[in-house]
Unconditional design. Structure first.
Length: 208
């Protein structure tokens, strides 16, 4: 058992030092989290390691997970002509990478203080938690997109009915769109309001 503890201590120490080094290296990316809401992302101060890990080919935005996040972000954040698509994808990916590495390091370090089956239980629980964090983080933007799509579809028929009614009364589509967008609360109405803001800023109606 002593040998197992020594192995756990060695692995935990290496992972902890790696997390610290990556955090120091990723501090130059702190500007990315300056405007991130504290309430929604209370752990943002721990993301620096994830930004540093994104410099590695296997964790870059060109990786399979990175491309998946960018695709979801392109639909979730089309505002300002899609200028912040990669920005949001990087944030979610950095959080996923940082928290996965941190929890894995803590799991191995905690196992050192356990005896008997509890040592292995802590390791298994730690690895399982990392798997959950990684999976949830990698799919978080896709899950948000699916949830938003579901909510929009529930209200879609009402939006179409309102637009049709107003247009039958002689309004053009753009005018009807503005009225419907402000008629109710909900995701689809927020998206319509975003299109209104884009049109107010000079974007063509069809594009908005």
């Amino acid at each position: 058992m002593l040998i197992v503890k020594m192995i756990c201590l060695a692995i935990g120490t290496v992972l902890a030092v790696l997390f610290i080094l990556l955090t120091m290296r990723g501090k130059k990316e702190d500007w990315r989290i300056e405007g991130v809401p504290e309430k929604e992302f209370s752990d943002k101060e721990l993301w620096a390691a994830g930004f540093a890990m994104q410099q590695m080919p296997m964790f870059s935005m060109d990786s399979a997970v990175g491309k998946k996040m960018i695709s979801a972000s392109a639909i979730l954040h089309p505002e300002n002509g899609g200028r912040f698509v990669e920005y949001w994808a990087r944030l979610y990916w950095a959080r996923t990478l940082s928290m996965s590495l941190l929890v894995l390091a803590l799991a191995f370090c905690a196992a050192v203080f356990m005896d008997g089956y509890m040592l292995f239980a802590v390791l298994v629980a730690g690895v399982a938690m990392v798997a959950v964090i990684y999976s949830n983080g990698a799919n978080e933007m896709s899950n948000q997109l699916q949830k938003r799509s579901t909510e929009c579809m529930m209200e879609f028929s009402n939006v179409v009915s309102k637009l049709t009614l107003l247009m039958n009364c002689g309004m053009i589509l753009k005018e009807a769109w503005y009225i419907v967008a402000k008629s109710k609360q909900g995701i689809i109405y927020e998206l319509m309001q975003e299109a209104c803001r884009e049109m107010d800023n000079g974007m063509a109606s069809a594009e908005a």
